[in-house]
Design a protein around this ligand. Structure first.
Ligand code: GRF
Length: 230
């Protein structure tokens, strides 16, 4: 494994309030990840993410998708900016636009996304609502590499969140979001440490992972019932 000698250069794309962005800003500031955000791009001029970028003093810009006639032009403008900033890894943090094939080719296996469900279940939009309505006992969140499909790329890390009897879309979303803020910095640090290798659809984590044995014993039940007969 080749060790990185300089900090990983991140370009973060966001559309909304930017709480995931904030978790990455904080992780960089606290030296929890060997990375620095060199550019934040929002497609929406009102995105809270832009204010967070300003507060943190990080270079930022708005590339508004509405001023482009098609996706290719919009993608090209973003690619140009990210290449100009010599970004090593593109981080989609609540970025509500689908990235096209040109974008994926410009940064092969160097684009990550976070999705508020346990992929491959519930790709697309409104997924917390869909998970709730499906009757599933667990949902969660996924960080994955971006490929040419929608929410289909190789999975890096997931967190499982139980769905509770009295959950609403809001309460479930809030508990999932809390876990998003934990796993996105972890996934970025695995990348920064050169610990990820993509083999087909699988991501192999090359570092010896101390927690693996513990995980083997950790099976979750929901409901967490016990019975004297089993
Ligand atoms: C998150 O749930 C993310 O997974 C989804 O949109 C939400 C964005 O949240 N794609 P934020 O902008 O990071 O607060």
């Amino acid at each position: 494994m080749k060790k990185r000698t300089t900090k990983l250069r991140l370009g973060v794309l966001a559309s909304g309030s930017g709480t995931n962005l904030q978790s990455i800003i904080d992780a960089c500031a606290n030296d929890n990840i060997d990375a620095q955000i060199v550019r934040i791009i929002c497609n929406n001029p009102d995105a809270g993410a832009l204010q967070r970028a300003e507060r943190a003093g990080i270079p930022r810009c708005c590339i508004n998708h509405r001023v482009f006639t098609g996706r290719r032009g919009f993608d090209a403008a973003i690619i140009e900016q990210l290449q100009h900033d010599a970004v090593d890894l593109v981080v989609l943090a609540g970025f509500m636009r689908i990235v096209g094939a040109d974008f994926v080719q410009a940064f092969p296996q160097r684009i990550m996304n976070i999705h508020p469900a346990l992929l491959p279940a519930f790709p697309g939009l409104q997924v917390q609502k869909k998970a709730l309505e499906s009757g599933a006992r667990f949902s969660g969140c996924t960080v994955h590499f971006v490929d040419a499909g929608v929410d289909t790329g190789p999975i890096i890390i997931q967190a499982v969140v139980p769905i509770l009897a009295d959950d609403t879309e809001e309460s479930l979303s809030a508990r999932i979001l809390e876990q998003e803020h934990r796993i996105y910095p972890l996934a970025i640090q695995l990348f920064a440490a050169n610990a990820l290798k993509v083999e087909g659809q699988r991501v192999i984590i090359e570092q010896a992972w101390a927690g693996a044995d513990k995980l083997r014993a950790e099976v979750l039940l929901n409901p967490p019932y016990t019975t004297k007969t089993i």
